[in-house]
Design a protein around this ligand. Structure first.
Ligand code: UDP
Length: 242
Protein backbone atom coordinates (compact mmCIF):
# COMPACT_ATOMS: atom_id res chain seq x y z
CA UNK A 1 0.00 0.00 0.00
CA UNK A 2 1.43 3.39 -0.95
CA UNK A 3 1.59 6.01 1.79
CA UNK A 4 -0.77 8.98 1.49
CA UNK A 5 1.08 12.10 0.31
CA UNK A 6 -1.14 14.15 2.61
CA UNK A 7 -0.32 14.23 6.28
CA UNK A 8 -2.31 16.29 8.75
CA UNK A 9 -0.61 19.06 10.69
CA UNK A 10 -2.91 18.91 13.69
CA UNK A 11 -4.48 16.32 15.99
CA UNK A 12 -7.80 18.12 16.47
CA UNK A 13 -9.28 21.04 14.54
CA UNK A 14 -12.44 23.03 14.29
CA UNK A 15 -13.64 23.71 10.76
CA UNK A 16 -15.83 26.79 10.36
CA UNK A 17 -18.26 26.45 7.46
CA UNK A 18 -20.50 29.37 6.64
CA UNK A 19 -24.05 28.74 5.55
CA UNK A 20 -23.14 30.41 2.26
CA UNK A 21 -20.61 27.64 1.60
CA UNK A 22 -23.51 25.17 1.42
CA UNK A 23 -25.68 27.07 -1.02
CA UNK A 24 -23.45 26.48 -4.06
CA UNK A 25 -24.63 28.63 -6.96
CA UNK A 26 -28.05 29.20 -5.42
CA UNK A 27 -29.10 32.42 -3.74
CA UNK A 28 -30.02 30.60 -0.51
CA UNK A 29 -30.67 27.19 1.00
CA UNK A 30 -28.78 23.95 0.47
CA UNK A 31 -27.24 22.77 -2.78
CA UNK A 32 -27.00 18.99 -2.68
CA UNK A 33 -23.97 18.70 -4.98
CA UNK A 34 -22.09 21.22 -2.83
CA UNK A 35 -23.13 19.45 0.35
CA UNK A 36 -21.90 16.13 -1.09
CA UNK A 37 -18.57 17.68 -2.11
CA UNK A 38 -18.01 19.16 1.35
CA UNK A 39 -19.06 15.93 3.07
CA UNK A 40 -16.57 13.99 0.91
CA UNK A 41 -13.88 16.47 1.91
CA UNK A 42 -14.73 16.27 5.63
CA UNK A 43 -14.66 12.46 5.53
CA UNK A 44 -11.32 12.51 3.69
CA UNK A 45 -9.97 14.96 6.28
CA UNK A 46 -11.12 12.72 9.14
CA UNK A 47 -9.59 9.71 7.35
CA UNK A 48 -6.20 11.41 7.67
CA UNK A 49 -6.56 10.81 11.42
CA UNK A 50 -7.42 14.30 12.66
CA UNK A 51 -10.38 14.77 14.98
CA UNK A 52 -12.80 17.14 13.27
CA UNK A 53 -15.37 19.43 14.84
CA UNK A 54 -17.39 21.52 12.39
CA UNK A 55 -19.05 24.77 13.43
CA UNK A 56 -21.66 25.63 10.85
CA UNK A 57 -23.27 28.99 10.12
CA UNK A 58 -26.78 29.74 8.96
CA UNK A 59 -26.45 32.65 6.55
CA UNK A 60 -27.82 30.59 3.64
CA UNK A 61 -31.17 30.67 5.47
CA UNK A 62 -31.18 33.60 7.87
CA UNK A 63 -28.92 36.04 9.68
CA UNK A 64 -30.11 37.92 12.73
CA UNK A 65 -28.94 41.23 11.36
CA UNK A 66 -31.22 40.81 8.31
CA UNK A 67 -34.21 40.19 10.57
CA UNK A 68 -33.30 43.20 12.71
CA UNK A 69 -33.21 45.31 9.52
CA UNK A 70 -36.78 44.19 8.84
CA UNK A 71 -38.01 45.20 12.28
CA UNK A 72 -37.63 41.95 14.24
CA UNK A 73 -36.01 42.62 17.62
CA UNK A 74 -32.37 41.57 17.43
CA UNK A 75 -32.39 38.87 20.10
CA UNK A 76 -35.35 37.17 18.47
CA UNK A 77 -33.87 37.51 14.98
CA UNK A 78 -30.69 35.90 16.28
CA UNK A 79 -32.77 33.02 17.67
CA UNK A 80 -34.07 32.45 14.15
CA UNK A 81 -30.48 32.59 12.87
CA UNK A 82 -29.40 29.98 15.41
CA UNK A 83 -32.22 27.70 14.25
CA UNK A 84 -30.91 28.10 10.69
CA UNK A 85 -27.57 26.66 11.79
CA UNK A 86 -29.35 23.57 13.14
CA UNK A 87 -30.88 22.92 9.71
CA UNK A 88 -27.42 23.01 8.15
CA UNK A 89 -25.93 20.81 10.87
CA UNK A 90 -28.57 18.13 10.35
CA UNK A 91 -27.95 18.20 6.58
CA UNK A 92 -24.17 17.85 7.05
CA UNK A 93 -24.61 15.09 9.65
CA UNK A 94 -26.73 13.10 7.22
CA UNK A 95 -24.40 13.70 4.26
CA UNK A 96 -21.47 12.36 6.31
CA UNK A 97 -23.38 9.36 7.66
CA UNK A 98 -24.49 8.50 4.10
CA UNK A 99 -20.79 8.03 3.36
CA UNK A 100 -20.45 5.44 6.12
CA UNK A 101 -18.67 7.73 8.57
CA UNK A 102 -20.16 8.37 12.01
CA UNK A 103 -21.18 11.96 12.70
CA UNK A 104 -23.01 13.69 15.54
CA UNK A 105 -24.77 17.03 15.41
CA UNK A 106 -24.75 18.77 18.79
CA UNK A 107 -26.77 21.93 19.31
CA UNK A 108 -25.98 24.76 21.72
CA UNK A 109 -29.73 25.42 21.65
CA UNK A 110 -31.16 22.21 23.12
CA UNK A 111 -33.64 20.45 20.85
CA UNK A 112 -33.21 16.82 21.88
CA UNK A 113 -35.76 15.38 19.50
CA UNK A 114 -33.59 16.54 16.59
CA UNK A 115 -30.04 16.19 17.87
CA UNK A 116 -28.00 15.94 21.05
CA UNK A 117 -27.65 19.09 23.17
CA UNK A 118 -24.10 20.45 23.11
CA UNK A 119 -21.87 19.77 26.05
CA UNK A 120 -18.10 19.84 26.09
CA UNK A 121 -18.01 16.32 27.49
CA UNK A 122 -20.29 14.94 24.79
CA UNK A 123 -18.28 16.62 22.03
CA UNK A 124 -14.97 15.28 23.40
CA UNK A 125 -16.48 11.81 23.76
CA UNK A 126 -17.64 11.73 20.13
CA UNK A 127 -14.32 13.12 18.89
CA UNK A 128 -12.44 10.41 20.80
CA UNK A 129 -14.67 7.85 19.06
CA UNK A 130 -13.52 9.30 15.71
CA UNK A 131 -16.96 10.74 14.96
CA UNK A 132 -17.15 14.00 13.03
CA UNK A 133 -18.89 16.43 15.37
CA UNK A 134 -21.09 19.15 13.88
CA UNK A 135 -21.77 22.02 16.23
CA UNK A 136 -25.01 23.93 15.71
CA UNK A 137 -26.44 26.99 17.40
CA UNK A 138 -23.18 28.94 17.51
CA UNK A 139 -22.52 30.01 21.09
CA UNK A 140 -26.19 29.55 22.00
CA UNK A 141 -26.54 33.29 22.68
CA UNK A 142 -27.85 36.17 20.58
CA UNK A 143 -25.49 38.98 19.50
CA UNK A 144 -22.79 36.49 18.57
CA UNK A 145 -21.81 34.87 15.29
CA UNK A 146 -20.80 31.35 14.41
CA UNK A 147 -17.25 32.66 13.82
CA UNK A 148 -17.09 33.48 17.51
CA UNK A 149 -18.73 30.11 18.16
CA UNK A 150 -15.90 28.45 16.22
CA UNK A 151 -13.25 30.27 18.27
CA UNK A 152 -15.07 29.43 21.51
CA UNK A 153 -15.42 25.74 20.66
CA UNK A 154 -11.87 25.68 19.37
CA UNK A 155 -10.69 26.88 22.78
CA UNK A 156 -12.91 24.73 24.96
CA UNK A 157 -12.30 21.56 22.92
CA UNK A 158 -8.52 22.22 22.91
CA UNK A 159 -8.35 22.35 19.13
CA UNK A 160 -4.93 22.93 17.57
CA UNK A 161 -6.25 25.13 14.75
CA UNK A 162 -9.35 26.79 13.33
CA UNK A 163 -9.82 26.10 9.62
CA UNK A 164 -11.95 28.97 8.39
CA UNK A 165 -13.52 28.18 5.02
CA UNK A 166 -14.44 31.27 3.02
CA UNK A 167 -15.30 32.25 -0.53
CA UNK A 168 -11.79 33.57 -1.25
CA UNK A 169 -8.31 32.07 -0.89
CA UNK A 170 -7.16 33.97 2.18
CA UNK A 171 -7.23 37.29 3.98
CA UNK A 172 -7.15 40.44 1.82
CA UNK A 173 -6.67 44.09 2.67
CA UNK A 174 -10.11 44.76 1.10
CA UNK A 175 -12.83 42.66 -0.51
CA UNK A 176 -11.04 41.24 -3.60
CA UNK A 177 -14.39 40.81 -5.36
CA UNK A 178 -14.94 44.58 -5.17
CA UNK A 179 -11.43 46.06 -5.07
CA UNK A 180 -8.96 44.94 -7.77
CA UNK A 181 -6.10 46.49 -5.74
CA UNK A 182 -6.80 44.38 -2.67
CA UNK A 183 -3.62 42.78 -1.32
CA UNK A 184 -3.60 39.16 -0.22
CA UNK A 185 -1.68 38.35 2.97
CA UNK A 186 0.28 35.13 3.43
CA UNK A 187 0.32 35.67 7.16
CA UNK A 188 -1.15 38.21 9.59
CA UNK A 189 -1.35 38.39 13.35
CA UNK A 190 -4.69 38.51 15.12
CA UNK A 191 -3.74 42.00 16.35
CA UNK A 192 -3.22 43.19 12.75
CA UNK A 193 -6.47 41.56 11.67
CA UNK A 194 -8.32 43.41 14.43
CA UNK A 195 -6.49 46.74 13.94
CA UNK A 196 -6.94 46.73 10.15
CA UNK A 197 -10.52 45.57 10.51
CA UNK A 198 -9.93 42.70 8.10
CA UNK A 199 -13.46 41.45 7.67
CA UNK A 200 -12.75 37.75 7.41
CA UNK A 201 -13.87 37.03 10.99
CA UNK A 202 -15.33 39.23 13.69
CA UNK A 203 -13.22 40.86 16.37
CA UNK A 204 -14.51 38.62 19.16
CA UNK A 205 -13.44 35.53 17.20
CA UNK A 206 -9.96 36.92 16.51
CA UNK A 207 -9.58 37.97 20.15
CA UNK A 208 -10.60 34.56 21.50
CA UNK A 209 -8.23 32.80 19.12
CA UNK A 210 -5.44 35.18 20.13
CA UNK A 211 -6.00 34.71 23.90
CA UNK A 212 -5.92 30.96 23.46
CA UNK A 213 -3.08 30.93 20.92
CA UNK A 214 -5.06 29.04 18.29
CA UNK A 215 -3.90 29.65 14.71
CA UNK A 216 -6.57 30.35 12.09
CA UNK A 217 -6.13 29.11 8.53
CA UNK A 218 -8.27 31.01 6.05
CA UNK A 219 -8.86 29.25 2.72
CA UNK A 220 -11.38 28.98 -0.11
CA UNK A 221 -13.99 26.24 0.12
CA UNK A 222 -14.52 26.58 -3.64
CA UNK A 223 -11.33 24.59 -4.30
CA UNK A 224 -11.64 20.80 -4.57
CA UNK A 225 -10.59 18.95 -1.39
CA UNK A 226 -10.04 22.33 0.25
CA UNK A 227 -10.42 21.16 3.84
CA UNK A 228 -8.04 18.21 3.38
CA UNK A 229 -5.51 20.51 1.74
CA UNK A 230 -5.75 23.13 4.51
CA UNK A 231 -5.37 20.40 7.12
CA UNK A 232 -2.20 19.24 5.40
CA UNK A 233 -0.71 22.71 5.03
CA UNK A 234 -1.27 22.67 1.27
CA UNK A 235 -3.24 24.92 -1.04
CA UNK A 236 -3.51 28.70 -0.91
CA UNK A 237 -4.37 30.06 2.50
CA UNK A 238 -3.59 32.85 4.94
CA UNK A 239 -2.27 31.97 8.36
CA UNK A 240 -3.59 34.19 11.15
CA UNK A 241 -1.34 33.59 14.14
CA UNK A 242 0.57 35.57 16.81
N1 UDP B 1 -26.22 33.41 15.85
C1 UDP B 1 -26.40 33.83 17.16
N2 UDP B 1 -25.49 33.45 18.10
C2 UDP B 1 -24.40 32.70 17.82
C3 UDP B 1 -24.21 32.31 16.48
C4 UDP B 1 -25.13 32.67 15.51
O1 UDP B 1 -27.36 34.50 17.48
O2 UDP B 1 -23.61 32.39 18.72
C5 UDP B 1 -27.24 33.76 14.85
C6 UDP B 1 -27.03 35.15 14.26
O3 UDP B 1 -28.28 35.71 14.01
C7 UDP B 1 -26.32 34.83 12.95
C8 UDP B 1 -27.01 33.55 12.55
O4 UDP B 1 -27.20 32.85 13.78
O5 UDP B 1 -26.51 35.84 12.00
C9 UDP B 1 -26.27 32.70 11.57
O6 UDP B 1 -24.91 32.63 11.94
P1 UDP B 1 -23.76 33.34 11.09
O7 UDP B 1 -24.23 34.68 10.62
O8 UDP B 1 -22.52 33.31 11.88
O9 UDP B 1 -23.67 32.34 9.86
P2 UDP B 1 -22.69 32.34 8.61
O10 UDP B 1 -22.45 33.77 8.22
O11 UDP B 1 -21.44 31.68 9.04
O12 UDP B 1 -23.41 31.54 7.58
Amino acid sequence: MSASPLSPKWKRVVVKLSGEALQGGQTHGLDSATLDRIADDLVAAADLGTEIAVVVGGGNFFRGIQGADKGIERARADSIGMLATVMNALAIEYAIEKRGRAARALSAVPMPSLCEPYSRQAALHHLAKRRIVILAGGTGNPFFTTDTGAALRGAELSCDAILKATQVDGVYSADPKKDPNAIRYERVTQDEAIAKNLAVMDTAAFALARENRIPIIVFSIAEPCAITAALSGQGRATLVAP
